[in-house]
Design a protein around this ligand. Structure first.
Ligand code: DC
Length: 234
């Protein structure tokens, strides 16, 4: 029986950093579901289509092959067998992935793929709709949040470190646009699952958030083990 932790939240809330750190410190495997939307967006752009070419986009869905391999502690993202780990982080792909992720058929296909990738592994899965749609019966659901200005500061710092030429105001505008896009989707919109625990990371550092999440996971694992023992004894 697998153990599933769902982590949802808006762009820049720290999902990626936290889930990768949890993977290092626990036996859980991290799955970044955003990478599946990014890969598909890259495939769309490579064919010369725009996110509004819906019919062409739907035709690409049947032949898409996305794999995420864990090499050491780094995820290698493969699109049709080729490494696209860095390419899917470009601003063009970021924008296109936000737009194509509003298409219902695309979401259905990505959700199917994500469930297959998880199989019966013990995982920590990050995205927008993990606790609500992909794994509504997850063992633990966490909703990471932070003020948009804090999230924009974090992203801005990452861009500057990578040598990307962008202003803080542009990053803030991007974050706000992505929030609107995520929250207004007809299907799979970003929203807190009823049984999710909210962690507002605005005034927390990475270590504090990781410790908090790790404690929650340990507590849930203990409860699950105790339940299993009770069932065996009965
Ligand atoms: O988390 P990310 O920024 O890498 O995600 C890329 C895009 O995919 C983002 O615009 C939101 C979308 N997405 C989604 O709709 N559902 C998910 N479970 C994960 C990402």
């Amino acid at each position: 029986m697998s153990f599933i932790v769902a982590v949802d939240g808006p762009a820049g809330s720290g999902k990626g950093t936290i889930t990768k750190e949890i993977e290092k410190r626990t036996g859980l495997i991290n799955l970044d579901t955003g990478a599946t939307y990014r890969c598909f967006a890259l495939e769309v752009l490579r064919h010369g289509y725009t996110p509004s070419d819906t019919q062409h986009i739907l035709n690409l869905l049947d032949n898409i092959d996305i794999k995420i391999e864990n090499e050491g502690m780094k995820d290698i993202i493969l699109l049709n067998g080729k490494d696209v780990t860095d390419e899917i982080r470009s601003t063009e792909v970021t924008e296109a992935s936000a737009l194509i992720s509003t298409i219902i058929e695309v979401r259905n296909k990505m959700v199917e793929l994500q469930r297959k990738m998880v199989g019966n592994k013990n995982v920590i899965v990050e995205g927008r709709d993990i606790g609500t749609v992909v794994f509504p019966h997850a063992d633990l659901k966490i909703y990471l949040d932070a003020d948009d200005e804090v999230r924009a500061q974090r992203r801005y710092k990452e861009y500057i470190e990578k040598g990307i030429n962008i202003t803080y105001d542009e990053v803030l505008e991007q974050i706000r646009w992505r929030d609107e896009n995520d929250k207004n989707k007809q299907v799979g919109a970003l929203k807190k699952a009823e049984d999710a625990i909210v962690i507002d990371t605005s005034n927390m550092n990475i270590e504090e958030v990781v410790e908090k999440v790790k404690n929650m996971i340990n507590q849930k694992l203990k409860e699950k083990e105790e339940n299993n023992m009770e069932n065996i004894e009965r």
